[in-house]
Write a protein that binds this ligand. Structure first.
Ligand SMILES: Nc1ncnc2c1ncn2[C@@H]1O[C@H](COP(=O)(O)OP(=O)(O)OP(=O)(O)O)[C@@H](O)[C@H]1O
Length: 804
């Protein structure tokens, strides 16, 4: 694929060979019903793999279990075996299956139904289930497939109608549980506690079986999610083809410049089209993952265009795949890819969950998908036993991707992160507790399950609002309205803004009130189900955004100004002129305009906007640096401000940063010497802090399972609450979702990786790959790349010297 590219433009930064492995089978556990064995044999499963038998036996014997193994390792069978066996044996043992998406639930139901095991009455109960069928499901189904939204709104809220089902509930399956992270994850954690309580009320005590992509500490994550101790099965015994992973950094373009004249790289999407076309020419069955729907369509179009010049017949072998396809359409696509009728498919993450496509020749990932779990999930689609397969990771123009292609260990050798969630977030706890009390009065001993003291505080507030009453036996719901309909479990509450197409009056979707000015400001390009719309009007009072269908050749990026104040400091480390804090903050922001950009990165223009201020109370991690340290000259061995290393060589064992954290000290400051300062004249401080803040926001997703859009930041040369130069990185959700805590806990590796990302970028003074941010409120000004390195080295020097 690199043939014809001049050596100095070689985009490949690293090549790694991942070996394959043979399957390890186990005998059918003795408790598996013969009818189930027969049905599975008919489908080509002659014996379970060892991890399937192990996880299934835990569940059958009543131990809560999480199975956390690779893509297509047969996790479904692990939970199907115990449920199907009990039902086939005629036990009154109902099961509930939960999936994060309706499409995945439908796929899993289809796969269970196709086994046709006697005694199993499996049915779905979600937003698409016709009213007439719902009564049947409640009365007769013994395996119900649903999702957290429906469990919350349609099952727990009226559990009396489900009494018979709950009485026999013996197993709850939580599929793809790693996707329950952030605010949504915190809601689901409390929802599962509500589910257990309701089940117990009817005398049932179901076992939880969770399936997860490979993650670090799956047992503790599963226990945190469900509130019950879970055992983990992690040793993957499924067969796996060998794979070659290539890290690819698109070259800088000579002919184009971006914001403030910064260099621009060839877009990851355009690069992916070329790679996909090359793979198709080679006859390789390939899948390309692109983050946006529009991007997926453009990549497929681009590949077709290239192929039309090579061999027009090949254009028909490339297609785009979006979410919103019907199950039959997905099946047709799977079949076409497997048979080789289709060779190249460009898709969004829609294809990440719930498709049975494995054993492809190649997978291309255009941009880091946000978490290592997703990276491996996508990469895992490649690899056939016996044959080697290819995975190409194409970096987008941002600091995290740049860091990863230059630090392969951070991508390839790191344990997959644990999903972060925070069930104690009061903004999640309050509505969830309201629902819990409305479902059944809450007694004092039950408080522990919902977080103890934090829950008590929230209940007192709800009682003050006259929603519930405290009696000696516990808390009782007294309001006439039930709270469920008001509680959106995928956001943090508040009236959602409806996005409506003016012509047809059709509602396309909803947007969180907190992000409305950002996502649907007038002039914004809004994407929905693969179609593009432009916003004409945003009315925050009536909660309406009016849009019209339009497919412009640009994207929009809002510009906002942000202010932050410290409400309370929970934790603090003081390290000689540097302090690091975790606490509560109030963030006020105002979207003041937006930029229009071409897909190439070229900026067309800036349009001012007049929108109201928004405020957000959340958690933040911040560091301060004394004026003296900012000005003090760097110590011996450091090059000084002008010469702070900005190049591709790295200064020490940074890698993933973890080893630096473990040793506690970096190489530059051993022996207790006074750490060097940043050597910055005051005029450079704002740009240095601003650049350090941008890059840190870009890198936090490496340590907390968040997206850079889930967090924000503010930097200032003097902050009135801290009295010093300060860089804040805050959660984007009310109350926080646990991301700031992660940043605080990983401060040294996080800032070390941030410094590395900046240093590894070859641009001279800052570009989107290092310190420019796509959502900067100040148009990426001022930014001082070398200054940011100086600031980060100073902070790291102080932290390491004080043993942080
Ligand atoms: N023991 C087995 N022997 C042979 N094939 C199996 C076995 N177990 C599962 N399979 C097959 O492996 C494929 C993948 O299974 P499944 O979809 O359950 O994997 P998964 O781990 O849930 O995948 P994902 O990572 O996409 O969630 C299916 O086609 C399934 O029929």
């Amino acid at each position: 694929m690199t043939a014809g590219i001049p050596a100095r433009e070689n985009p490949v930064t690293h090549v790694a060979d991942l070996p394959g492995r043979a399957a390890r089978h186990a005998p059918w556990p003795p408790w598996v019903d013969p009818a189930v064995v027969a049905a599975l044999r008919d489908c080509g499963v002659s014996a379970p793999w060892a991890h399937q038998a192990e996880a299934a036996t835990h569940a059958y014997e009543g131990r809560h279990v999480v199975i956390s193994t690779g893509t297509a390792s047969g996790k479904s069978l692990a939970y199907q075996l115990p449920v199907l066996s009990r039902l086939a044996a005629g036990e009154k043992a109902n099961a509930l299956y939960l999936s994060p998406t309706k499409a995945l639930g439908a796929d899993q139901l289809r796969s269970v139904s196709s086994l046709d095991v006697p005694g199993v009455r499996a049915a779905s109960f979600d937003g698409d289930t016709p009213m007439a069928e719902r009564d049947w499901v409640r009365a007769h189904a013994n395996w119900v497939f649903t999702n957290p939204d429906m469990l919350h709104r349609g099952i727990l809220s009226q559990h009396g109608r489900w009494a018979a089902f709950f009485r026999r509930l013996s197993c709850v399956v939580v599929d793809e549980c790693h996707s329950y992270r952030g605010v949504f994850g915190s809601h689901v954690a409390l929802l599962l506690r509500r589910l257990r309580r309701v089940a117990e009320h009817y005398g049932a005590s179901p076992v939880f079986v969770l399936a997860s992509a490979t993650t670090a500490s799956p047992a503790s994550f599963a226990s945190r999610l469900t509130g019950v101790p879970c055992v983990a099965v992690t040793e993957d015994a499924s067969p796996r083809g060998a794979r070659t992973v290539v890290l690819w950094e698109p070259p800088l373009l000579d002919e184009l410049t971006g914001e403030n004249g910064a260099p621009v790289r060839r877009s990851a999407g355009a690069e992916t089209s070329r790679i996909l076309a090359d793979l198709v020419v080679e006859g390789a069955r390939s899948l390309a993952f692109i983050r946006s729907r529009r991007g997926a369509e453009l990549a497929a179009l681009g590949a077709r265009r290239i192929l039309s010049e090579v061999d027009p017949a090949l254009t028909e072998t490339v297609a785009a795949y979006r979410s919103g396809y019907l199950p039959e359409e997905r099946r047709a696509l799977e079949a076409a890819l497997l048979s080789g009728r289709l060779l190249g498919v460009a898709t969004t993450n829609a294809l990440e969950l719930g498709v049975d496509i494995a054993g492809l020749d190649a997978v291309v990932l255009a941009g880091y998908p946000g978490t290592l779990a997703s990276f491996w999930q996508q990469a895992g689609r490649a690899g056939r036993s016996g044959d080697s397969a290819l995975v190409v990771f194409v970096a987008r123009d941002d600091p995290l991707d740049t860091y990863l292609v230059h630090h392969p260990a951070a991508l390839l050798d790191r344990p997959v992160e644990t999903a972060v969630l925070d069930p104690a977030n009061p903004y999640v706890l309050a509505p969830q507790l309201a629902c819990a009390v409305a479902e059944l009065p809450l007694t004092l001993p039950e408080l522990e399950v919902f977080g103890g003291a934090a829950a008590q505080e929230v209940l007192t507030e709800l009682a003050e609002q006259k929603l519930l009453r405290r009696r000696s036996s516990g808390w009782y719901w007294i309001s006439r309205d039930r709270p469920h309909a008001e509680v959106g479990i995928r956001g943090t509450g508040g009236e959602q803004i409806a996005v409506v197409e003016s012509d047809s009056g059709r509602m396309l979707g909803t947007v969180d009130p907190g992000s409305a000015c950002f996502a649907v400001h007038p002039g914004a390009v809004y994407l929905h189900q693969g179609s593009s719309y432009v916003v004409d009007e945003l009315d925050l009072e009536t909660g309406l955004a009016l849009v019209h269908a339009e497919n412009p050749d640009w994207t929009t990026t809002p510009r906002e100004i942000v202010d932050i104040s410290v409400l309370g400091t929970h934790e603090k480390q003081e390290c000689g002129g540097v302090s690091v804090c975790l606490g509560e903050v109030a963030v006020t922001s105002q979207v003041v305009g937006y930029l229009r950009r071409r897909p190439s990165g070229e900026v067309l223009d800036h349009t001012p906007l007049d929108l109201p201020e928004q405020s957000l109370r959340t958690r933040a991690v911040w560091y301060t640096i004394s004026g003296e340290l900012l000005e003090r000259a760097p110590s011996d061995g450091e090059a000084g401000t002008g010469g702070h290393r900005v190049g591709t060589e790295s200064a020490g064992p940074v890698g993933t940063g973890e080893e630096t954290l473990a040793s506690g000290r970096g190489p530059a400051h051993e022996g207790g010497r006074t750490p060097g300062g940043a050597g910055l004249v005051p005029a450079r401080v704002p740009g240095a802090l601003h650049a350090a803040e941008h890059a840190a926001i870009g890198l936090l997703p490496l340590f907390a399972t968040c997206d850079r859009w889930d967090i924000g930041g503010v930097s200032t040369a003097w902050h009135e609450d801290t009295g010093e130069a300060t860089v804040f990185v805050h959660d984007g959700h009310p109350g926080g979702a646990g991301f700031a805590e992660r940043g605080y806990a990983a401060i040294v590796p996080w800032l070390a990786a941030t410094r590395e990302a900046i240093v590894s970028c070859e641009c001279p003074t800052g570009c989107p790959s290092c310190v420019q941010s796509p959502k900067c409120g100040n148009g990426n000004e001022p930014l001082d790349k070398a200054g940011a390195v100086a600031v980060l080295e100073t902070v790291l020097g102080a932290l390491r010297q004080h043993g942080s």
